[in-house]
Ligand binder design. Structure first.
Ligand code: ATP
Length: 236
């Protein structure tokens, strides 16, 4: 497999406390992959390492064939990784429109770049709320904005940490629908979420973490064929 993102046996610490003890994963260009595991198993820390927020003390991360291990997050973002963070982190004092244009860029020279109109087409609700402040949005609207803002950086890889956490069922469905429609754009997606049903429908492959280690990586079909492992590692 020609991996777009390759994480090779990384270890990550928070001060003296080790959180990751050997996480590996491979994600091919255009692929939709999930990062699964119970609470505290290391999913957010893995995403933090891949996006340059927390450098690994061991192991290697390559993106688009380049070693990005320990690079600062702004450099990794420019190389084409867009993050929708766990807490969404929309700018509360900027309007929806300002949030979208604040970090927009097309440094990769994408032929079909994300524009305001494209983002508004994906999430018409954001167009309706364009002049509202980030702080006045519902949780669902904030998540749409966080996804739209990441897309406006024209990433090759979009990472979503807790894609639908805390959202009402209808809004969740809208987020899943949006991710499904993104597939046809050729973007690669790495998603963390607890809703295994929609993930099994959408994703090509899955990575399961336990206690800071990768314990399994494989296709949706092979995951489906392994209910005992699903139960043991995820309790489902
Ligand atoms: P969740 O689903 O609860 O977000 P997770 O799988 O994303 O869990 P992480 O948040 O990556 O897991 O946490 C992995 C380990 O690192 C846990 O033991 C956690 O307590 C620890 N940890 C996470 N953030 C910090 C921090 N800022 N300081 C110290 N330890 C941390």
């Amino acid at each position: 497999m020609n991996a777009l993102l390759k994480i090779d046996d990384i270890e990550v610490n928070y001060g003296d406390a080790q959180a990751l003890f050997g996480v590996s994963l491979e994600l091919a260009e255009g692929e939709f992959t999930t990062l699964l595991g119970r609470n505290g198993m290391g999913k957010t820390t893995t995403v933090g390492a891949a996006t340059g927020m927390r450098g690994p003390r061991a192991g290697r991360i390559t993106f688009a064939g380049q070693d990005v291990t320990g690079l600062p997050s702004y450099k990794i973002a420019r190389m084409g990784i867009g993050l929708v963070p766990e807490q969404r982190q929309v700018f509360p004092n900027l309007t929806v429109y300002e949030n979208l244009v604040a970090t927009a860029h097309n440094r990769l020279g994408s032929k079909h770049p994300w524009t305001l109109e494209r983002v508004y087409g994906l999430f018409p609700r954001l167009k309706e709320r364009a002049s509202n402040l980030g702080s006045n949005l519902s949780g669902g609207e904030q998540q749409m904005l966080a996804i739209g803002r990441a897309l406006m950086t024209n990433p090759r890889l979009l990472i979503l940490d807790e894609a639908t956490e805390g959202l009402a069922p209808l809004v969740r469905a809208e987020i899943w629908h949006c991710l499904e429609s993104l597939r046809s754009t050729g973007i690669s997606v790495l998603v963390i979420d607890k809703n295994i049903g929609p993930l099994m429908r959408l994703a090509d492959s899955h990575v399961i973490l336990e206690k800071g280690r990768t314990v399994w990586q494989g296709s949706t079909d092979s995951l489906r064929a392994n209910p005992a492992m699903l139960h043991e590692t995820l309790g489902v």
